[in-house]
Design a protein around this ligand. Sequence first.
Ligand SMILES: Nc1ncnc2c1ncn2[C@@H]1O[C@H](COP(=O)(O)OP(=O)(O)OP(=O)(O)O)[C@@H](O)[C@H]1O
Ligand SMILES: [Mg+2]
Length: 289
Amino acid sequence: VVALAQDKRQQRERLAALGAPSPPFQAPVDRGGLLAFAERHGWPIVAKACRGGYDGRGVWVLDGPPAAERLAAQAAAEGVELLVEGWVPIERELAVLVAANPSGQRRTYPLVQTVQQRGICREVLAPAPVPPALAEQARALALEIAAASGVVGILAVELFEAGGRLLVNELAARPHNSGHYSIEGCVASQFENHLRGVLDWPLGRTELVAPAVATVNVLGVEGHDDLSASLPAALAVEGAHVHLYGKRARPGRKLAHVTTVGTEPGEVLARARLAAALLVTPPGEEVKA
Ligand SMILES: Nc1ncnc2c1ncn2[C@@H]1O[C@H](COP(=O)(O)OP(=O)(O)OP(=O)(O)O)[C@@H](O)[C@H]1O
Ligand SMILES: [Mg+2]
């Protein structure tokens, strides 16, 4: 499980062995491998570092031979192992969390939609606004992967929806950013169920406590290093649950998130977005839309 958690090549190989729907891929690849893969599947292609990436670091969309040559040379010089995938025309990104314990109990959290910008998750909407049949497919797929992988605690399964189909993007064998909403949004949070799972205790219930839950991630911005100065303004937003991570601020780094719970998805998301925007606005300044 640790190897699976740390290595995207192992994930792709084991998902392929399971027959889980996935983009075409090849691993490992060098310069020649990237170019040959693009010959077969067309540009763009997506190259990924097999290990060590997060928040879009270690993921490169390559639009032609010069970009592929540059990346291959850099990876070879730094000893970075690469894999390559076909570029997927993603309609929506989705995620399912599975909680599991060694006794074999498994529960899924509701399917969520994740919204990324430049490879970083910005928003999570629960439940995902998809037809029930697609949500059920995602759930069954995630349970199958969890059972085959032998994970205990939380397994996050990141999915792409493209052309009405689901493809598995990647796996994370731990509490995951797509599940932070569950702290306020579900009966038992992903953190609670991670502990229950690894301790082989009975799992808590994973249902939503309200019809709509939204989480908005707060990324560091230039020139505003102290989010706590903006905390009172963010907390003035009705029902905003603010989580500051206490990390050193850096532009683009995930520093906090806000979750809101309610009945109407658009209204719930608007409140979370407002509180998140207030957090990155120095006190007294106008909120940027
Ligand atoms: N094959 C692909 N086709 C199109 N877009 C992709 C593809 N693979 C990844 N992406 C985009 O890049 C994002 C980041 O990719 P991925 O999830 O593999 O990397 P990561 O940086 O390890 O993510 P995380 O922070 O979730 O660990 C995806 O959420 C998606 O938006
Ligand atoms: Mg990812």
